[in-house]
Design a protein around this ligand. Structure first.
Ligand code: ZN
Length: 318
């Protein structure tokens, strides 16, 4: 029988699924987006009730950092975990892949400070999980059941996240950027079975002006033009485009009619909203247990997602 927090709603259908881990270890190699550090991330099978944990194997003591919202130390350009002075940057896409594929217990070895960005999505982590295989463990999945709505709001920024009771994990996301090339978009996931095909391939995105700021501050060393969709929300001169092309060591870049740089093709018209949904899944994984509830997120970002995750955890688990 699953372990529930508090009373189970009388009409709730018991989920009988079991905890899962990987059949064998599997690795993903690549460079981090912000640190440019090239490293190897390895998913290892882990025992029941051990949860999702990172281990920095490049450090002699091999410190472990639990994927727990109380270990979040920064959310400026991604979600960073830290403990005892040891950090791991950009954990959200890895965590989304694990939650989306139903992995409860895994020890993630990493030999640098940042996870590989790959193409800016969760696709490569999902493929690695498939390659390793998923195995059920002899223990019920430890769901966190939402019985009363919980919400987080930032009225100044128009951000709102809430979660309500539901018998599965569901998410609706709305983003709004008030720009010519990217305004309001919606994305939904009402069954985690569709995570792999509908959400996992959706890549991160950036506006050109943000990219220029990141480049000038030396904050996007690892990003090349295959790591992100770049939205161009103002007129840019051919000199500026040449400058960007030179930075990324490309012969030429142009702006397509839909307002994105020609480095990539969109997989879905609402790929940005789908990626924000992916980030919400990754950040909410930091609650530490799989949630049963329906999430509605308006203008989510890593700071609000992790603040919301902290509120859920501390409302229900303490
Ligand atoms: Zn992301």
């Amino acid at each position: 029988m699953p372990v529930f927090c508090g009373n189970v709603p009388h009409n709730f259908v018991f989920m009988q699924d079991k905890q899962c881990t990987l059949k064998k270890r599997v690795s993903v190699k690549g460079a981090g987006l912000h640190t440019r550090q090239c490293g190897t991330l390895t998913f290892n099978p882990a025992p029941i009730n051990s949860g999702i944990r990172f281990r920095r194997i490049d450090i002699e003591t091999q410190p472990i950092i639990e994927a727990d919202v109380d270990n979040v130390i920064d959310t400026a350009r991604g979600t960073t975990l830290g403990k005892g002075g040891v950090k791991i940057y950009t954990v959200e896409h890895v965590l989304a892949a694990l939650r989306g594929m139903g992995i409860d217990n895994v020890l993630i070895d990493i030999d640098v400070e940042e996870t590989p960005i790959m193409d800016g999505s969760a696709k490569f982590f999902v493929e690695a999980i498939h390659q390793a295989g998923i195995v059920e463990q002899n223990a019920p999945r430890n769901y966190l059941v939402i019985e009363e709505p919980i919400s987080y709001k930032n009225e100044v920024l128009g951000i709102e996240l809430k979660i309500e009771p539901a018998d599965s994990f569901q998410i609706d996301v709305k983003v709004k950027y008030n720009t010519r090339v990217l305004d309001e978009q919606h994305a939904s996931l009402h069954d985690l079975k569709n995570f792999e095909s509908e959400i996992a391939p959706c890549r991160t995105f950036v506006f050109l002006h943000e990219l220029e700021t990141l480049i000038s501050r030396n904050l996007i060393k690892g990003g090349d033009l295959t790591n992100a969709i770049v939205f161009v929300n103002r007129n840019v001169s051919s000199e500026e485009l040449d400058h960007i092309a030179a930075f990324f060591k490309k012969p030429k870049v142009t702006v397509k009619e839909c307002g994105i740089l020609n480095n990539v093709e969109l997989y879905f018209e609402n790929e940005p909203a789908r990626h924000k949904l992916l980030d919400v899944i990754g950040d909410l994984t930091l609650v530490g247990r799989p949630i049963l509830g329906k999430v509605t997120a308006v203008k989510p970002g890593h700071f609000s997602n992790t603040s919301f995750a902290r509120k859920i955890k501390h409302t229900l688990l303490y």
